[in-house]
Every structure is written in structure tokens, then in C-alpha cells.
Design a protein around this ligand. Structure first.
Ligand code: ATP
Ligand code: FE
Length: 367
């Protein structure tokens, strides 16, 4: 099969055409990242305007680069949930327009499922069931992917997502005012700044939720610990409003270490629970890691150590497939199309949803 996929759940307008073997026949992506960076965060109506302004060009670019005529495309897939409704609406409406125009079926896609399944396109050895950790700007969860359309949610964040925490602390530390980080996301800036630390343990942090035996996450406490250190240093060194503190690299490193240790703890719990309940086969244990914050090599390094200890293989798609893109939506369409699920010939009733659970919620069962 050949599927065209469209992604507009947040701040990336993406489109791709993918075949049943996972060959990317054509793709295009427009990122609104710099606009939102200058606004200090995503303003939904602005994101919507930018999706509206770019969707047609992005789709045309993907289709033209593929050289595939519409008559060879089997279905059109689009993210319908979860995400910013104003953003989701643009991709969903445009997909329905294409379905009508070219007489194609519509395939509504769950954004987080798409993040999880992309690993199967990048690494053909990833088979169901596998454990998956999704860490991004809007989400944080650990789940078992049992089938294309069956997930068991083991844990999620009780407050901020990790990417969100990285973005907030980077802004508060004013990393953007250092020219080398001015165009980077908060997460990228903190990761690079942390590499310059001469004493990564200079600032004390405590790991959240250590006494809880479930798999849930929490990042707002870590963020607040950083803000307290920062405030104290700013006063101590009388730092002007547009300047970073002298210990900024060490502070970034300390933050990144505690975030990583926390994520690793929760994943360890998930591995232990999955083993107790026989949710993953002991001989073929795989941890898939994806989402924007999965681009962080320090976090990946920590997870690799946990995987080695627990006999898991770690699979992280290349960074461009960890962040939002059209390919992951088209690939999810391919996986569903092969199983003959979620293909709609009558799709007027399908609406966007800002929040949508990923599969069966076991977060209260895990201990
Ligand atoms: P979602 O996918 O949940 O809707 P999103 O669109 O914000 O959210 P992505 O596009 O997957 O998420 O990723 C963006 C997020 O990833 C940002 O919060 C950014 O700070 C974070 N991020 C990117 N690179 C890194 C990195 N190297 N380390 C940590 N975080 C990172
Ligand atoms: Fe995403």
C-alpha cells in the first residue's frame, strides 16, 4: 500500500508518502519553531495561521518529490488527536478535502501511537509487544505496545512534560541570550550547555517520586529546584536581567542529570512490572524511546545503561523521526492499512480531540 500522511498537531506542518515496506517516497516539513521561540511559547491562533499558510505548499512538495500520482495512493492519514485543536483542525480539514477531491478513504491517527510505531519503520527488528517511552514537549508516558492499535499505559507525567521543563528552565536561565544557543530549542540548548560543565554536581537536586512504586513521572518539582538555585545565584552575584549566572553550565548539567535519573527510575519500574505481568517476552525485550526529548544523548545514554542491566535492546529512531513529522503519520497509516483497521470511507463525523488516552490505563495498577 501507499499512504499519504499529514501532521499538524502542534507547531510542525508535515506531510509524507510512505509505502508498505517503510520506504519514504516523498516528504516535506515546515517548522514554526523560531516564531514560537520569539513569542516565548506557542500561541495557538498563531500556530493555526501558520499551518493554514503552509499546508498546501507542504503537501504539494511531498507529493511532487514522490512522483506518485494521487491515483496510486490508497488512503490519506492525518493526526486527529491529541494536540492543539486549532492546529489539528487544519491538517484534518485539509486531509478530508483531499479525500473528497481524489475519492480516497480517511485514516484518523493518534499522534502518540504514531511516535511509538515509527521505531518499527526505522528498525525492522522491533516486534510487538515492546515497551515504549515517549518524552516530548507535550507528553511523557511509558507504555506497552501490544499491537498496532492496542497499548497499555503504565505511567505518565503528573505535571509538566520533560521537553516543557527543558524549555521553561532554558528560558528562565536566558540561554537564548547566548548567541550559540539563540536558535535552539530549550532542550537542545540545555544539552549543549551541560557539556561545558566543569562540576556537574555543583548544584544539589533530589529525584522526585522515589518513594512511589508506580511508573508515573513528575518534572515540575525538578524545574522548581533549578529556579531556586538560579534565584539564589542571581542575587548572590547581582546578575543583570539579561545575563546568565556564572554557574549556568553546571546548573544545566545538574538539571539534566536529575531528569535522566528520574526517567531511568521510572523506566526501571516499568520493566519490572512488565516482567512480573509477563507483558513482554523475556527473550525479545525492546525499549523504544521517542519524542523530541529523546533526541537528548545524555538521557539516551542513561536509558542504555538501564537497558543493558535489564536485558533490553534500546531503539531510538534518528532525531528527525523523534520530533513531529509527516512520515510517522503516513507509517501509522501503513501499519493500520495492512491490518485493515481504522480505514474510513465515511468520515464526516470524525473530529479532532485535544486529549486522548493512549490505550488501556494501568497507571493505578502498577506498583
Ligand atoms: P508533542 O509531540 O508532545 O505534541 P512537541 O511537538 O512539543 O510535543 P516534539 O516536536 O516531539 O514535541 O519535541 C519538541 C520538544 O523536545 C521541545 O520541548 C524541546 O525542548 C525538546 N527537545 C528537543 N531536543 C532536545 C534535547 N536534546 N534534549 C531535551 N529536550 C529536547
Ligand atoms: Fe510529537
Amino acid at each position: 500500500c501507499i499512504i499519504l500522511g499529514i501532521e499538524t498537531s502542534c507547531d510542525d506542518t508535515g506531510c509524507a508518502i510512505v509505502d508498505s515496506e517503510g520506504n519514504i517516497l516523498g516528504e516535506a516539513l515546515h517548522s514554526q519553531h523560531l516564531v514560537h521561540l520569539n513569542n516565548g511559547g506557542i500561541i495557538p491562533p498563531i500556530a493555526q495561521d501558520l499551518h493554514r499558510a503552509n499546508i498546501e505548499r507542504v503537501v504539494n512538495e511531498a507529493v511532487q518529490s514522490s512522483g506518485i500520482p494521487f491515483k496510486e495512493i490508497d488512503a490519506i492519514a492525518a493526526t486527529v488527536k491529541p494536540g492543539l485543536p486549532l492546529s489539528l483542525m487544519i491538517g484534518t480539514k485539509y486531509s478530508k478535502y483531499l479525500c473528497r477531491k481524489h475519492d480516497k478513504p480517511f485514516m484518523p491517527i493518534h499522534h502518540m501511537e504514531a511516535h511509538a510505531l515509527t521505531a518499527r519503520m526505522c528498525d525492522k527488528s522491533v516486534e510487538f509487544p515492546f515497551l515504549v517511552l515517549l518524552i516530548s514537549g507535550g507528553h511523557c508516558l511509558v507504555a506497552v505496545a501490544e499491537r498496532v492499535d492496542k497499548f497499555l499505559l503504565l505511567g505518565e507525567s503528573l505535571d509538566d512534560a520533560p521537553g516543557e521543563a527543558f524549555d521553561k528552565v532554558a528560558r528562565r536561565m536566558k540561554l537564548k541570550n547566548l548567541p550559540e544557543y539563540s536558535k535552539l530549542s530549550g532542550g537542545q540548548a540545555v544539552e549543549l550547555a551541560a557539556r561545558k560543565a566543569d562540576n556537574p554536581l555543583a548544584y544539589k537536586f533530589t529525584i522526585p517520586l522515589q518513594q512511589y512504586k508506580n511508573c508515573n513521572f513528575s518534572f515540575s518539582g525538578i524545574k522548581n529546584q533549578l529556579l531556586l538555585h538560579l534565584q539564589r545565584e542571581e542575587i548572590l552575584h547581582d546578575v543583570p536581567a539579561d545575563r546568565v549566572i556564572p554557574g549556568v553550565y553546571n546548573l544545566c548539567a545538574g538539571f539534566q542529570i536529575v531528569v535522566t535519573r528520574h526517567i531511568c527510575h521510572r523506566v526501571q519500574r516499568a520493566m519490572e512490572y512488565a516482567a512480573r505481568k509477563n507483558l513482554v517476552p523475556p527473550d525479545k525485550q525492546t525499549l523504544v524511546v521517542s519524542g523530541g526529548a529523546a533526541c537528548n544523548n545524555f538521557i539516551k545514554g542513561g536509558l542504555k545503561m538501564v537497558c543493558d542491566e535489564y536485558g533490553y535492546k534500546i531503539v531510538r529512531p534518528p532525531p528527525k523521526f523523534c520530533t513531529d513529522n509527516g512520515v510517522m503519520i503516513a507509517w501509522n497509516g501503513v501499519e493500520r492499512f495492512k491490518e485493515n483497521i481504522g480505514i474510513y470511507h465515511d468520515w464526516e463525523h470524525i473530529d479532532v480531540e485535544n486529549s486522548a488516552p493512549l490505550g488501556e490505563d494501568l497507571t493505578n495498577d502498577v506498583e
